[in-house]
Design a binder for this molecule. Sequence first.
Ligand SMILES: [Zn+2]
Length: 92
Amino acid sequence: MTQPTDRPGIDHLTSDMLDQLYAECDAAQGDRDGWRERALGYRLATERVRALHSRWEYDANSCSVCVDCYGSPLPYPCATVAALDQHGQTPA
Ligand SMILES: [Zn+2]
């Protein structure tokens, strides 16, 4: 069942109304593309951070970059990887 609206019917659309509608659609698509591009950038950044904080090649139980104040490697997963995991940034 269709609800009555204040919208003009298809037979009552003017060229100006269509121009405005297309302009709004183009703007919405631009916004969507911008959000998509930013989301991809954030995902790639988290992947780079995760790759940096990988398992150390000499001890798979340690982070490859995180060390304590004595220079000893910290256990893997380190706090950075745990934070990524906590926010659902698991690897794709
Ligand atoms: Zn780390």
